[in-house]
Design a protein around this ligand. Sequence first.
Ligand SMILES: Cc1ncc(COP(=O)(O)O)c(C=O)c1O
Length: 374
Amino acid sequence: MRIADFALERYFAHWEFAVKHLLCASDVEPYPMAGLLELADAETRALWDDLRLGYTESTGHPLLRREIAGLYTTVESDDVLTFAGAEEAVFCLMNVLLGPGDHAIVTWPGYQSLYEVARAVGADVTLHELREANAWDLDLDLLRRQVTPATRLIVVNLPHNPTGMLPDRAAYAELVALADEAGVYLLVDEVYRGLEFDEADRIPAGADALPRGLSLGVMSKAYAMAGLRIGWLATNDRDLLARIAAFKDYTTICSSGPSEILAIIALRARVTVLARSRGIVGANMDLLDAFFEDWADRFEWVRPRAGSIGYPRLTAPGVRIDDWAADLVEAEGVLLLPGSQLGHPGNRFRIGFGRADLPEALARLESFAGKTLR
Ligand SMILES: Cc1ncc(COP(=O)(O)O)c(C=O)c1O
């Protein structure tokens, strides 16, 4: 397989561990290992203490699949398959579901693997462009026109990376009906699910919404445990899941044993874990709201409704975001992600607000803005 470089990952490979402040990270401040173990109940503590480091069940630890199934309303353990992160799940799913002659529609701008892997396996990919002028919302009339007889898969990422867009229930129901009537699979990348600013805004999971719906989840974002590399697919389509499981024999075979147990602990304690994440994100959003109000003549954004990232635009006349971000990281050690890294034109950048150092990073950015944009 030939596949284009994953631009964002190459950018992070260069910068992530070299800068002081990662103000474009998409995850939440990593959960401390010691704190997680304190959340273990008697059963999971024994699982951890008695763990033997062998291969694990290739579909995922039965207790882990049970905990994951508990996140949905129509899903049982056998409707869940675990992976090394969400990334492996995307790779396996696209390889199994798509090939030459198949058509897929994928929201854009967005997480590159959602369309790049589909292209690499030979599918014809149509990007469903989200536009700032439309508050980054799905354009369901456009989407309807993009469906062809060859369409096999629609991919949406909700809450959305990088804009924080989340449709209301009516728009989401329309999307689900559209996919259902067209008889296509609907993959809902829900890796930011659980980080809705108002919990009442949470939409039904893809796996629960329609028979050919697939939910993509992960421990990395809302659960703040990217280092576990535990992700999953959930769907009521067990035949498809079985074919994906067979493909996984050629990637990782099975999950990391320690990570599985830690994920079980975290999911059982998810009320605590998610409350911590929402607390960090909420406090940081207050600071960003104040910043964007003070700097309304230099930056604009559609305020996210969920997640840990947003996608503002630098409006200062004559200043290119790529240049400004390069100067910012050099002067202050604060990293932004210009839209060019997403292959998206315009003067926008991704900002992350899941990390604990946001107050200091934003103060540094503001001080730099004071010197360069006024
Ligand atoms: C929308 C989206 N999907 C999938 C992933 C992959 O998640 P992971 O790196 O945990 O595998 C990411 C990571 O940034 C993401 O933003």
